[in-house]
Design a protein around this ligand. Structure first.
Ligand SMILES: Cc1ncc(COP(=O)(O)O)c(C=O)c1O
Length: 405
C-alpha cells in the first residue's frame, strides 16, 4: 500500500508528549497516596469547558431530543432556520449578517479544511500567524496547502509585524489567503483598527481573501477591547469562522459556521463553491440544527459565568506573580494566559515545562505554538479557581527552586 506523502506525520510521540503521559500515568498510579500528601499532578491546560464545570442546565440537552429530528431535509449550507439563528447571534452584537451568506459546518476545523480546499490548490500556500494555533498545520496538511508564517511580535504588547507580513507575502507567489486568528490563540492579541486596515490593504493589494477565525471573540479580557474586527468592511472577501465550541461552550455538539462578507460577485462565487463542497459532506446533524436558536440563547446565559471565571483567573494570576520572577503577558481576549519565565540554567520553554511537570504542575511549553525564545508557557484561564491557586503555587515554587539551584 502506498500512502500520501502529506499524511506522513511523525508516528512517535514527541519527548514532551511522552513526559506528559508518564507524569499522568504516575499521578494516576499513585492517586491515593499522592492525594494524601497533596502531590498529585495539577493540570493548568484544560480548555474543554465541559471538563471544568462550565456546563449548561440539563434541560438544554433535552432540546436536542425533539421529534422534528425524525425527518431528514438535507441542506448543503444548513437549514434556513439555523442560519437565521446565526444571523440573530450577530444581530445581538450589532453586526448585520445576511443568513444567505452563512454556511454551517460540524466544527471550525472542518470549515477551515473545506474552505482552504476552495481557495487553494494542493501546493498553494496560506499566510498564517506565528505564534499561532497549532492545528492549522495539520489542517493544511490534510488539504495539501502549505502554511507560510507571518509574525506577531512582542515588545511589551503583541502586535502585527507588518514588515514581516510584507516579506512573507512578497516571498510567496502561491499565497491564496491570509488567515487571521482574532482574538489570537495563544497570544490573546486582537488586531487594532490600524492593524485591521493593514491586513485588508494587503489582502486587496495581493487579491487574497481574509479568513478570520474569531472563535474567541465573545471573550474580551479587558473592558476596552473591541473584538469584532472585519465584518463592517466590504472592500475584500472575508470569511469569518466561529461556532458553538467556544461561543456556547458546547464543543461536543459539533456545529460551527462561516459568514461571508465582502464584494457580492466574489462572495457569490465563493459561496457557490463552498455550497457544492458542503453538499458532498452534509456534516451537520439535524438535531443540533433544530436546537440552534435555543443553544445560542443558552450561550448568552452561560457566557457571563465564563467571563467571570476568565477575569477572576487573570486577576488572580496577576496578583500571584507580582514581585515574582515570572511575568503575565498582556492579552486582549481569549481563554489562554502566557507566562514569561526567567532565563536561568539554560532552560528553554520545554526545559521549563519539564521542570514544572516534576514540580507537579502541567502547563504547555511555548514551542507548541511556535513561540520561540524567551521561555514562555501557556495555561488555560478556564481552570477552576482552586486548581489555579494550587497550580500557581507549585509553578512559583518550581521557578524558585530552579533559580536557587
Ligand atoms: C483559534 C481556534 N480556532 C478553532 C478552534 C477549533 O474549534 P472547533 O472546535 O469549532 O473545531 C480552536 C480550538 O481550540 C481554536 O483555538
Amino acid at each position: 500500500m502506498r500512502l500520501s506523502a502529506r499524511s506522513g506525520w511523525p508516528s512517535e510521540p514527541s519527548p514532551w508528549a511522552e513526559a506528559v503521559a508518564r507524569a499522568k500515568a504516575h499521578a494516576k498510579a499513585h492517586a491515593r497516596a499522592r492525594a494524601e500528601d497533596g502531590n498529585d499532578l495539577v493540570d493548568l491546560t484544560l480548555t474543554n469547558p465541559t471538563a471544568v464545570g462550565l456546563v449548561h442546565d440539563a434541560a438544554l440537552y433535552r432540546a436536542l431530543g425533539t421529534e422534528a429530528a425524525a425527518r431528514y431535509h438535507p441542506r448543503a449550507r444548513g437549514s434556513a432556520e439555523a442560519r437565521a439563528a446565526v444571523a440573530g447571534y450577530y444581530a445581538r452584537r450589532g453586526i448585520a449578517v445576511d443568513p444567505e451568506r452563512v454556511l454551517l459546518y460540524a466544527s471550525t476545523s472542518e470549515a477551515y479544511a473545506q474552505l482552504l480546499a476552495i481557495v487553494a490548490d494542493p501546493g498553494d500556500a496560506v499566510l498564517v500567524p506565528r505564534p499561532g494555533y497549532p492545528l492549522l498545520d495539520m489542517l493544511g496538511d490534510v488539504v495539501g496547502v502549505r502554511r507560510v508564517p507571518y509574525p506577531l511580535a512582542f515588545d511589551g504588547a503583541w502586535y502585527l509585524d507588518r514588515t514581516g507580513l510584507d516579506a512573507a507575502l512578497s516571498a510567496e507567489p502561491r499565497a491564496r489567503a491570509i488567515v487571521v486568528v482574532a482574538p489570537s490563540n495563544p497570544t490573546g492579541h486582537v488586531p487594532t483598527a490600524d492593524e485591521q486596515a493593514a491586513l485588508r490593504a494587503r489582502a486587496v493589494a495581493h487579491d487574497l481573501p481574509l479568513l478570520i477565525d474569531e472563535v474567541f471573540a465573545d471573550y474580551p479580557l479587558r473592558g476596552d477591547v473591541s473584538t469584532r474586527c472585519f465584518a463592517a468592511h466590504h472592500d475584500v472577501p472575508c470569511v469569518v469562522l466561529s461556532g458553538l465550541s467556544k461561543v456556547a461552550a458546547l464543543p461536543q455538539l459539533k456545529l460551527s459556521w462561516a459568514v461571508l462578507h465582502g464584494p457580492s460577485a466574489e462572495v457569490d462565487e465563493l459561496r457557490a463553491r463552498a455550497e457544492l463542497a458542503a453538499d458532498a459532506f452534509l456534516s451537520v446533524s439535524t438535531p443540533v440544527q433544530l436546537a440552534l436558536p435555543r443553544l445560542l440563547e443558552a450561550a448568552e446565559e452561560l457566557q457571563p459565568r465564563i467571563h467571570a471565571r476568565l477575569r477572576a483567573n487573570i486577576a488572580r494570576i496577576a496578583t500571584l506573580v507580582r514581585d515574582q520572577p515570572v511575568d503575565l503577558l498582556p492579552a486582549d481576549a481569549g481563554w489562554t494566559a502566557l507566562l514569561r519565565l526567567p532565563s536561568v540554567d539554560g532552560l528553554d520553554d520545554l526545559g521549563w515545562a519539564l521542570r514544572l511537570l516534576d514540580a507537579g504542575v502541567l502547563v504547555q511549553p511555548g514551542f507548541l505554538f511556535d513561540l520561540g525564545a524567551p521561555p514562555r508557557v501557556a495555561m488555560s484561564l478556564l481552570t477552576p479557581p482552586e486548581v489555579l491557586d494550587e497550580g500557581m503555587t507549585r509553578l512559583l515554587r518550581g521557578v524558585a527552586a530552579a533559580i536557587d539551584r
